[in-house]
Design a protein around this ligand. Structure first.
Ligand code: SAH
Ligand code: SF4
Ligand code: F3S
Length: 580
């Protein structure tokens, strides 16, 4: 077996450390020479499990790999480099990883230069990296959530040294700006606003896998969002394990409300954020949400349990009444808000009464949808050390009862949408029926409807006809060609070249000198026509005419506008092709 170098291994006690002031790094595109020649003609494959934080890490890794010259494949068997990006939040998330590693044995057998790397939250748990490298001799590289931006140098080491490498840091955290990334979606984007989590809910592994909570500078976030707006992205989701505590560590008065207000001021039609922590959701945040029509009226507000005693054992820093009061305050200011939540069933020693409290809270809030999880002990977290008296059967029975209640309120919410018209951002063909389009309404509900494929990425009005608990069936209103044309106009208004063209066009219209030139030109043409046959007069008129023509041709504003006409025309030709 090839030697494995264990450069650093995770230490969960170190991961608990909370120190002020994260280290700031620039994560530019330095590409080691060896990796460039290795990457030529080689393809990478990434499989990501877990939450949006991991999806964003995948986009960043893809950015680094493509900058080195790798190309992407969606076909596992074609991969020369495979990366498995893991999640540790529940046991079933971890179970999937072992099967996925097994899949790549065939690649390793076939291709001696094949590289398999495993990264993500699961690698931040003690013992996992050693276990994996011992079990799977073809696993070449293990790294963690704190060195995603080192991916190229780590790969380079593996290629040059021909050794296997484990490098999982347990830094409480740093912030890397300026990382390359390849977005997985052309219309919807995730933007990290903070990393890590300081809440330490007693069941949760995330503060150990992602380090201390640290906020990105608002300027960096706004720059990323402005760039997305310019590129025509229609939906931006701000990400943090707890977005409501955003900015507090910057200690300069920045808050999530102030950031959200600034992001909402940008030209982005749909803004969302994940995840909210109830007791840190302030009235100022509710006001910003209510004030800005481009902040979607959908809020994911994890409650976990409806029982005060259980919430206390979970280390959640709010009460049932505090949560319900927040829901009332939000609904008073934003009556149309759709609320979703996360719920944990069977937390250690959850009593029947505590569970009933969760059921009654779900009835009371009437969520438009909810994620439900059976508690899964995570080694190293305080709750995992509690001796649990509730049987697995009981937990499953409770899970089923809770699912019924959630299904009831979900159906109720879906039914209330029937007859209404929603603006749906089209994702593409539906997974179940490719002849049907699907997308999400601004309240987070999945809508299916008939329409042409070229509407992918456009926003179209859809009237809801039928509700099916978790999805809705609707009918598109209006002419699809008109929707496509509106979408093209939307993109053109944002495209830097088209924007410059429109700016120049506007400047041309307003310029008094050009106006005068135009008028003189028309008069000169007329004078030329009228003097036809009177040679001297005609020659003089022609001279004036030609002089004006030269002036018009050489006018910088007019010349620049003409130069951009070609680029704008090219965009329109692409649109014509997409309609075919
Ligand atoms: N920061 C977010 C998301 C955390 S993980 C938040 O605070 O809501 C997403 C969800 O997974 C959590 O909301 C919780 O419901 C669930 N979860 C976390 N740890 C779990 C565990 N050990 N067992 C079962 N569910 C868990
Ligand atoms: Fe986990 Fe709690 Fe942090 Fe959410 S707030 S990531 S549940 S510790
Ligand atoms: Fe999983 Fe890590 Fe996200 S544990 S839920 S991928 S933060």
């Amino acid at each position: 077996m090839i030697k494995c170098v264990y450069r650093s291994l995770p230490d969960m006690s170190k991961a608990r450390n909370r120190v002020d002031g994260p280290l700031l790094f620039e994560g530019g595109k330095k590409v080691p020479a060896e990796i460039s020649s290795y990457a030529k003609g080689r393809r990478f494959f990434i499989r990501t499990y877990g939450c949006q934080a991991n999806i964003r890490d995948e986009e960043i890794m893809a950015g680094y790999l493509e900058s080195a010259g790798f190309s992407r494949t969606e076909n596992e068997s074609e991969a020369d480099l495979a990366i498995i990006n893991t999640c540790a939040v529940r046991e079933n998330a971890e179970d999937k990883v072992y099967g996925q590693i097994g899949v790549f044995k065939a690649n390793a057998d076939r291709n001696p230069s094949f590289i398999l790397a495993v990264c993500g939250c699961m690698m931040q748990e003690e013992g996992v990296a050693e276990k994996l490298t011992k079990t799977y001799p073809y696993l070449s590289l293990v790294f963690g959530t704190h060195n995603v931006s080192d991916i190229l140098s780590l790969l380079n080491e593996v290629i040059v040294s021909r050794k296997r490498l484990v490098d999982v840091k347990s830094f409480p955290g740093e912030i890397v700006e300026g990382m390359p990334s390849v977005r997985l979606d052309g219309y919807k984007a995730f933007v990290n606003i903070s990393y890590g989590c300081d809440k330490f809910c007693t069941y949760c592994i995330v503060p150990y896998t992602r380090g201390r909570e640290r906020s990105r500078r608002p300027e960096a976030i706004l720059k990323e969002c402005e760039d997305l707006a310019e590129r025509g992205f229609k939906q931006v989701t701000l990400l943090g394990q707890n977005v409501n505590s955003y900015g507090l560590d910057l200690k300069d008065g920045t808050t999530f409300a102030s950031l959200l207000e600034q992001v909402a001021g940008l030209d982005i039609p749909h803004i969302r954020f994940l995840t909210s922590y109830p007791s840190q959701f302030t009235d100022a945040m509710i006001d910003v949400m209510a004030r800005h029509p481009n902040i979607d009226k959908w809020l994911h507000l994890p409650v976990q349990s409806g029982s005060d005693s259980c919430l206390k054992r979970m280390g959640r820093r709010y009460t049932r009444e505090g949560y319900l009061d927040l829901v009332r305050r939000i609904r008073a200011k934003i009556p149309s808000i759709a609320l979703t939540t996360d719920l944990i069933v069977g937390f250690p020693n959850e009593t029947a009464d505590e569970f009933e409290d969760t059921l009654s809270l779900c009835h009371e809030v009437s969520y438009s949808s909810a994620f439900m999880f059976i508690y899964s002990p995570r080694r190293g977290t305080p709750a995992a050390a509690i001796k649990d008296g509730v049987s697995a059967e009981e937990k499953h029975a409770r899970f089923l009862r809770l699912s019924q209640v959630v299904e009831e309120t979900t159906s109720k919410h879906s039914l209330s949408m029937v007859g209404e018209t929603y603006s749906v951002l089209v994702d593409g063909p539906s997974k179940k029926d490719p002849s049907v389009l699907s997308g999400y309404a601004p309240n987070g509900k999945l809508v299916n409807f008939k329409g042409p494929l070229y509407l992918k990425g456009a926003e179209v009005p859809v009237k809801i006809k039928e509700s099916h608990t978790y999805s809705l069936i609707g009918e598109m209103i209006g002419d699809p060609i008109v929707h496509k044309a509106e979408d093209v106009a939307y993109l053109l208004r944002r495209d830097p070249l088209a924007k410059e063209y429109l700016r120049l066009d506007e400047a041309v219209r307003r310029d008094p000198e050009i106006k005068k030139l135009g008028e003189d030109f028309v008069s000169a043409k007329k004078a030329m026509a009228l003097s036809m046959g009177r040679r001297e007069e005609y020659e003089a008129a022609k001279k004036t005419y030609e002089g004006l023509l030269r002036k018009i041709k050489n006018h910088p504003l007019l010349a620049n506008r003409a130069a951009l006409q070609g680029a704008v025309g090219d965009i329109l030709l692409q649109v014509r092709d997409s309609l075919k």
